[in-house]
Design a protein around this ligand. Sequence first.
Ligand code: ACO
Length: 384
Amino acid sequence: MSAIRETRVIQKGLENVYVKESKICLVDGENSRLFYRGYTVEDLTAHSTFEETAYLLLYGALPSKAQLEEFVTKIESYRPLEAGILQLIRSLPLSCNPTDVLRTAVSALGSYDPDPTTSSMEARIDKSLRILAKMPTIIAAFDRLRNQKDPIPPKSGLGEAANFLYMLSGNEPETYQTRVMDVAMILHEEHEMNASTFACTVTASTLADMYSIITSGICALRGPLHGGANEAALRTVMEVGDASNAETYVTQALAQKKRIMGFGHRVYKTWDPRYRILKKIGADLAERTGQVKLYATAVAIENSTLRHLAGAPIFPNVDSYSGLVFHMLGIPTDLFTPIFAMSRVAGWTAHSIEYLESNRLIRPKTFYVGETGLHYVPIEQRSP
Ligand code: ACO
């Protein structure tokens, strides 16, 4: 026993533990850089689309024109929901959190796949594309139902970003809105071995099916330290209400040991490159939509936090402006996490598949510090 105790290494939070070699994503947290399959997110958000980036993540290279067309056509064909899935969504309480609806519906999708457990890599990618294609339809359908409106079926010819905005509002978005949504989705598409990707990888390592894998990812995304952070960051901006209140808010929050949402990251110990892109878009959107005050409040919170935390490796992350951007696009706050999930499917899948290429069941240990050899006392003999 004592020999084991001496060799124990408890890595809480699995910080700095590598679970595999990977060619999918590099988060360079020291130099503020992020690469998907070798391409910078700056280049991808400037030139690519959500679909093309999904192809890149899943297949490891940018597609030819014909390959991309085939890929997009396949996604388009998978978008409509089975009647049973729509019925399931209708059966849930309208007060449900949309992430819970998404989690339930994605799990149920497996029941409509005649062969959910086929496990060739090609079959896994195909199932993942079904999920990726249907997630926006599920989220938009629930949002309309809870607003006493009929769900709108997907429209042929629109990409993933435009289709989502269309199915939410019933209006085809302008090119500008579509581009903003597309960029935000690309920035959420992949981020190495974060909590939700790890959850997917653990499930994949048991050789579970893609529906179980993606459902695991949604579950892990549910918490405010991961997927829920942009909702919380936006709520903070709304609560603070005006740039002039930012300093008081930040001073009090930090004095009470509260975390400023949208700040800090396990890997970035400097600026998150996604934050820079979204902040710039936020400034432009604020002008266009007349929400300059809201944007100025977010900037004031950011500046105040940076002043207070100067010297600490805590910088704004992707969530400091992503919620604001979604809000200015007219998207309800509780849809931010589902949007994160629908954007992350290709990343979750790419990592699960990469892990499966040389699979080893993920099974860490706990270091037992409890008692052993206790004598069992029948319940009637225990003290009350
Ligand atoms: N506000 C204030 N202080 C912070 C913050 C923050 N946002 N983040 C970290 N700190 C402080 C902690 O209080 C701690 O201080 P202490 O050493 O005096 O106790 C120190 O920084 C280290 O904190 P850890 O929690 O150990 O750092 P970790 O690397 O685990 O944190 C995390 C990462 C969980 C993201 C954290 O920064 C946080 O809670 N941020 C707020 C939530 C958030 O924005 N999440 C989104 C992350 S990005 C994503 O998931 C897409």
